[in-house]
Write a protein that binds this ligand. Structure first.
Ligand code: SF4
Length: 379
């Protein structure tokens, strides 16, 4: 094997452009097909350790491990729900030098959730990965644990894809893989568009994770220019918009970025997205007792969204540590849903997942931080 100068610390394989990976392999005296071989292990086999890539020469495995780390995410903690179908991962991102960035990235922690649907049928079962796009979030929705801690930093494309690979590595033992992806974890994906789009292309790429566009969803609070841009992309992913209120006054309280992109603009962008892509938009509506769950507001919602091909997902809020927002009573949820059904707007109430493990956005991280603070304070 030819020599090549070793870097001082291993680089992220996922954040290194393909041309540079090919060049690194060439410098190690490897034939052109090696890159495909390694990518197959990473993306299709869910193997994140060069040492386990059994059809590579031993010497090459060691040389790659000196120069690269496949997915530099460390699992800090996992929590499985009592029913076993939802697992939440708290992941540490070491940061460091990243290609194309002037300054090293600071370390950060993010949450990633793995959810199993249709668990009664192992053939048709789907594994959905809920990925984070930012560490923290600047939008500041008051009902969200992430919104309460503020923005920390953007994630790189490799850190977004890396979350999925950590889940695939966990599923490998059962011979299964993630089948659906939602960018609905920590952060606002459309405020980190370049990295998110690069990650989606890798997730969709037949030579990458090969997940179909209709199995990939971007969930946004409504960054209007980015929604317009999304409608023009070649990869027609699904769009979910967190609405949470049918008028500007209430929505601005719940989703402060509504001041910048008010409802009329947002709904017009959703309508254009649907017309351009032929896809229904999913409207997410977090139901909060006594705040936005009245029948009158349900009727107002119908008036606003009726012209848009859509589906509404009602989400009774998760009890968040430190938040005064409460989950509505089941009767109230049913009454709200009935108004939408009567207007023939397809509406589901989100299957409650992992309430016992703080599955809502940012809640595990918040819980971990408060536990660490309590330990530090000797409580
Ligand atoms: S709900 Fe989403 S957009 Fe709002 S603060 Fe939380 S992570 Fe940010």
């Amino acid at each position: 094997m030819n020599g090549q100068e070793k870097p001082t610390s291993p680089r992220s394989w996922l954040d290194t452009p393909e041309e540079e990976l090919a060049q690194a392999l060439r410098a190690l005296g490897q034939p052109a097909y090696r890159l495909k071989q390694v990518q197959h292990w990473v993306y299709r086999q869910g193997v994140l350790d060069f040492a386990q890539m059994s059809d590579l020469p031993q010497e090459l495995r060691a040389a790659l491990a000196e120069r690269f780390v496949v997915a530099p995410l460390r699992v800090v903690r996992t929590l499985a729900s009592a029913d076993g179908w939802t697992t939440k991962y708290l992941l540490e991102l070491p940061g460091g030098v990243s290609p194309g960035r002037k300054r090293p990235l600071p370390p950060a922690t993010v949450e990633t959730v793995l959810m199993r649907y249709d668990p009664t049928d192992s053939q048709r079962g789907r594994w959905t990965a809920c990925l984070s796009s930012q560490a923290g979030c600047a939008v500041g929705c008051p009902f969200c644990a992430t919104g309460q801690v503020g923005f920390f930093r953007q994630l790189t494309a490799g850190e977004i894809v890396g979350q999925l690979l950590v889940l695939n590595a966990a599923l490998r033992a059962r011979g299964e893989r993630v089948t659906n992806v939602v960018l609905m974890g920590q952060g606002e994906p459309l405020l980190n568009v370049a990295a998110v789009w690069q990650a989606i292309e890798r997730i969709h790429d037949p030579a990458g994770l090969a997940i179909g566009a209709r199995h990939i969803t971007i969930s946004t609070v409504g960054i209007v220019p980015a929604i317009e841009e999304l409608a023009e992309r070649q990869t027609p992913v699904r769009l979910a918009v967190s609405l949470h209120a049918p008028n500007d006054e209430l929505r601005t309280q719940l989703v402060p970025i509504n001041r910048r992109y008010p409802l009329a603009q947002l709904l017009a962008a959703c309508q254009r997205f649907s017309a351009r892509t032929g896809r229904r938009v999913t409207f997410e509506y977090a139901l909060i007792a006594g705040v936005n769950d009245s029948v009158a507001l349900a009727r107002e919602l119908v008036r606003r969204i009726a012209p848009i091909p859509c589906h509404v997902n009602l989400i009774p809020v998760n009890p968040t540590p430190g938040s005064h927002f409460q989950r509505p009573a089941p009767d109230q949820v049913r009454a709200f849903q009935a108004v939408l059904h009567t207007a023939r707007i397809p509406t589901t109430v989100r299957v409650e997942r992992g309430i016992d493990i703080f599955a809502g956005c940012g809640q595990l991280r918040a819980e971990e931080v408060s536990t660490r603070q309590a330990v530090a304070a000797g409580r």
